[in-house]
Design a protein around this ligand. Structure first.
Ligand code: NOJ
Length: 485
């Protein structure tokens, strides 16, 4: 059972009396999350270079609306505009959050990928960071959230081993410029979804070759090389951050999808679920915290692609430089069934028994508790920030009613997941913050504007913001559990 707010305030007070060092502890972070390409717009403002996503949406036109119109992030939530984002910061304050997670557009800092950082780009984020702090909101910066300068994408992006060097220069620039004001950095966001799900789908359109987008073990094994470069880049940046002796922390954000065998008593489904668990949940974690990739998937990738041979020195770099905290994105578990035609023999995308399915899978809050306890039990209980959690259910759950939007399913999802997170904390999981995806409806990658995840509705024609029922629900949860207890 969750404690009442009075009890939790009393408990916090008692902790302060017992332990003077608790005073210095960072408060529990309650926040919302976004990413540059999904909200900023301003795609050609102030000398910004083209990013891969500018090209995918404007030139290749990979995203089409229901009406068949190409959709882009050219304007999105207009969040690059200072008067506009200052208004949105007021919404964060009204919500009661004390932190905001956002990403920096690499193509604003290095319009051509490398060389000298762009002054206008640095100035924009410097101002934004100051504006957040002046309003009592702690900035949490994701360095790479899927958009990279097109100049680097042209050279192969993460598939190119030089990507480790490109990224290290970019990350180091941000540490030097913002490290005295930003206390929490995140190296990369969800490499699995970026490289194993979104990129294959996009590239099959770019290359006009549907076979590129097929979820096969062979395609996965090629992407494993790019994923390995991401881990090397992240570890290099973590090493460089620590060398600068800044007063803060740097983590990595991974997506987690607990896997449930569709027929629990079928050994084939159980094996498929275990494979998928290795590929999605253990792949990056084991490399970081144990210095090795999980054995069955590693073997499958190497059989499909003998070029994938991570060296002992690489694995050492990754495990010698673990993140200061683990960023965990959780939306849902997956029901997995054995399927010889699917990558790694596991089909995990088709089953959702829920009456009104959410966009990102079955709604099962108890798996969030289980996941956080798994970090406690199997990975040495590292500090964890839940860096994303949220839901969208489609227009049925987005009913505009005067000056409010009724979204009871989202509000219910948030309440149950926050409670699940608090439960894990009570059981000793080292969770230090929770960030909801997302403050605003925004550009949902290949799904464009058709999938709303915000607790604030955005009218994409007028930029009008309307608060949703879930906004008030989340506000109450924060007010009831200010210190995360
Ligand atoms: C994960 C991604 O990090 C974010 O960019 C995306 O919009 C949300 N999930 C919702 O699907």
């Amino acid at each position: 059972m969750l404690r009442s707010s009075i009890l939790s305030v009393a408990a916090a007070f008692a902790t302060l009396l017992i332990s003077p060092s608790a005073r210095a502890e960072t408060p529990f972070l309650w926040g919302t999350s976004t990413a540059a390409y999904q909200v900023e717009g301003g795609w050609q403002a102030d000398g910004k270079g083209l990013s891969n996503w500018d090209v995918y949406t404007n030139q290749v036109k990979v995203v089409q609306s229901v009406s068949g119109r190409p959709e882009t992030g050219n304007v999105a939530d207009d969040f690059y505009d200072r008067p506009r984002y200052l208004g949105d910061i007021q919404l964060m304050k009204k919500l009661g959050t004390n932190a905001f997670r956002f990403s920096i557009a690499w193509s604003r800092i290095f319009p051509h990928g490398t060389g000298t950082p762009d002054e206008a780009g640095l100035k924009h984020y410097s101002q934004f960071i100051d504006d957040l702090r002046a309003n009592g909101i702690e900035p949490v910066v994701t360095i790479y959230h899927w958009d990279m300068p097109q100049a680097l994408a042209d050279k192969g992006g993460w598939a190119n081993p030089d990507s480790v060097r490109w990224y290290a220069l970019y990350a180091d620039t941000l540490f030097r410029e913002f490290g005295s004001r930003v206390k929490t950095f995140i190296t990369v966001n969800e490499p699995f979804v970026d490289l194993f799900m979104i990129q294959p789908a996009v590239q099959s359109v770019v290359k006009r070759d549907p076979s590129v987008g097929l979820l096969t073990t062979r395609n996965y094994s090629r992407q494993a090389i790019a994923a390995h470069h991401i881990l090397l880049a992240s570890a290099t940046a973590i090493r460089d951050y620590h060398a600068q002796k800044l007063d803060g922390r740097v983590g990595i954000t991974l997506n987690f999808t607990p896997t449930i065998p569709e027929q629990g008593d079928d050994p084939a489904d159980r094996k498929a679920a275990a494979m998928e668990d290795e590929a999605q949940n253990r792949w990056f974690l084991d490399a970081i915290y144990k210095g090795r990739y999980p054995p069955d998937v590693l073997q499958a990738y190497q059989a499909a692609n003998p070029e994938f041979q991570p060296s002992a020195a690489d694995m050492k770099l990754i495990s010698d430089n673990p993140p200061d905290f683990l960023g965990a994105n959780y939306y849902s578990p997956a029901y997995v069934r054995a399927d010889p035609n699917a990558a790694l023999g596991a089909n995990w995308l088709s089953t959702n028994p829920d009456k009104v399915p959410s966009f990102n899978g079955p709604v099962r809050p108890e798996y969030l508790t289980e996941l956080l306890l798994r970090f406690r039990d199997q990975y040495g209980n590292p500090p964890v920030l839940v860096t994303e959690n949220g839901a969208g259910f489609g227009e049925r759950d987005e009913q505009v009613a005067g000056d409010i939007v009724r979204d009871p399913l989202r509000a219910d999802y948030i309440r149950r997941h926050v409670e699940a997170m608090l439960k894990a904390r009570q059981e000793g999981a080292n969770v230090q913050g929770y960030f909801l995806w997302s403050l605003l409806d925004n550009f949902e990658w290949t799904a464009g504007y058709g999938k709303r995840f915000g607790i604030v509705r955005v009218d994409f024609d007028t930029q009008k913001r309307t608060l949703k029922e879930s906004f008030f629900g989340y506000r109450k949860l924060i007010a009831d559990h200010p210190d995360g207890r």
